[in-house]
Design a protein around this ligand. Structure first.
Ligand SMILES: [Zn+2]
Length: 286
C-alpha cells in the first residue's frame, strides 16, 4: 500500500499540469518508436531488393520447385562458380556483385555460323558466358548446345520459337512455350542440364510471363548494357557501347543468331581482352 506521502506525490503527478506533461512525453516516445520501426523496415526492404530475395521470400509463387543451382553438379571446365539461382519474379539486370565483374549473354542461337566462333573467342580467353537459346534451334544444332555446356557456359531459355508476343498469350500457351524450350535445352545433353534463366524474346516481359518462368524454376534474365548489335551499327559502335556503358555487375546483351552477326563476332573478339585489361572478371548472372 502507498504511504500518505506517496499518495500525495501520485495525486500531484496525475493532476494538471503534470498529467499533461506525462501524456506529452508518452506520446513523443510512441511516435518516435513508430518512426524507427517504419525506417528500419524500409531499409530491410531495400536490402532485399538489392541483394535478391531470401529463399523464403522467393518461394512466394505457389508451386515453385525448391531448388538452387548448388544442386546441379558443375560441368565442363573449372574456374567459374555456378551461382545459386533462386527462381524469382525479380528480373536480373545486374549481377549482384561489388567486384569489377561482368556477365556476357548471347541471344538467339545456337547457329552454326556464329556460335562456334563465339565459343572459340571465349575459350581462347578462358571466359564463360550465358547463352539464351531458342528451343527449335537447340534441337537442330544439338552438337553446339553440347559444346556450350561442355565448355562450362550456362544455358538460358529464350522460348521455343522466339515469339515476341508470348508474354501476351494465355497462361497455358506461355507455359507450353517455356516448358518445351526448357525441356529441349535440358535434354539435348545427357545428363540433362539445369536451365536457371529465362529471357523473354525482345525483352518483352509481362508479369504473367515472369510468373510462368518462376513456376518453371527459372529466373527472368534481363540486361543492363544493350549493345544493339542486332541493328548492325558497325563493329566500332558495338565496341564503344560496351566500353562506355559497362560497369561492375553489368549484364551485357549480344546476339549469336537471328541475322548476320559478323560485327558482333569481331566486337566480342576485341571486347573480351579489353574487359580483362580493365580488370573485369567474367561471371554468370546472379
Ligand atoms: Zn532474342
Amino acid at each position: 500500500m502507498l504511504t500518505p506521502r506517496q499518495r500525495v506525490i501520485l495525486r500531484q503527478i496525475l493532476s494538471p499540469p503534470y498529467i499533461y506533461r506525462w501524456a506529452g512525453l508518452l506520446t513523443t516516445v510512441a511516435l518516435m518508436t513508430g518512426v524507427t520501426i517504419v525506417v528500419l523496415s524500409d531499409v530491410g526492404a531495400r536490402q532485399v531488393l538489392a541483394t535478391g530475395p531470401a529463399p523464403a521470400v522467393a518461394a512466394a509463387p505457389a508451386g515453385l520447385p525448391a531448388r538452387s543451382g548448388a544442386d546441379a553438379p558443375a560441368r565442363g571446365m573449372p574456374g567459374m562458380a555456378r551461382p545459386a539461382i533462386t527462381p524469382s519474379l525479380l528480373t536480373v539486370t545486374d549481377t549482384s556483385t561489388e567486384r569489377p565483374a561482368v556477365a556476357l549473354t548471347f541471344d538467339d542461337g545456337p547457329t552454326p555460323q556464329y556460335t562456334p566462333e563465339v565459343l572459340d573467342i571465349l575459350a581462347e580467353n578462358g571466359v564463360k558466358a550465358t547463352f539464351c537459346m531458342i528451343g527449335n534451334q537447340a534441337l537442330a544444332h544439338r552438337d553446339i548446345v553440347a559444346r556450350v555446356v561442355a565448355e562450362g557456359h550456362r544455358l538460358c531459355d529464350h522460348t521455343m520459337t522466339h515469339d515476341a508476343t508470348v508474354g501476351a498469350n494465355a497462361q497455358d500457351l506461355m507455359s507450353e512455350q517455356l516448358h518445351r524450350s526448357r525441356g529441349s535445352l535440358s535434354t539435348v545433353i545427357d545428363p540433362p542440364e539445369t536451365i536457371d534463366y529465362f529471357r523473354a524474346p525482345e525483352g518483352r516481359w509481362s508479369p504473367e510471363l515472369d510468373q510462368v518462368a518462376a513456376q518453371t524454376g527459372m529466373r527472368p534474365l534481363g540486361w543492363s548494357v544493350d549493345t544493339l548489335d542486332w541493328t548492325q551499327p558497325g563493329t566500332g559502335a558495338i565496341v564503344a557501347s560496351v566500353q562506355q556503358s559497362t560497369h561492375p555487375g553489368a549484364v551485357v546483351l549480344f546476339h549469336d543468331g537471328g541475322g548476320p552477326r559478323e560485327q558482333t563476332i569481331e566486337a566480342v573478339r576485341q571486347l573480351v581482352p579489353w574487359l580483362k585489361d580493365q580488370g573485369y572478371e567474367f561471371v554468370f548472372p546472379s
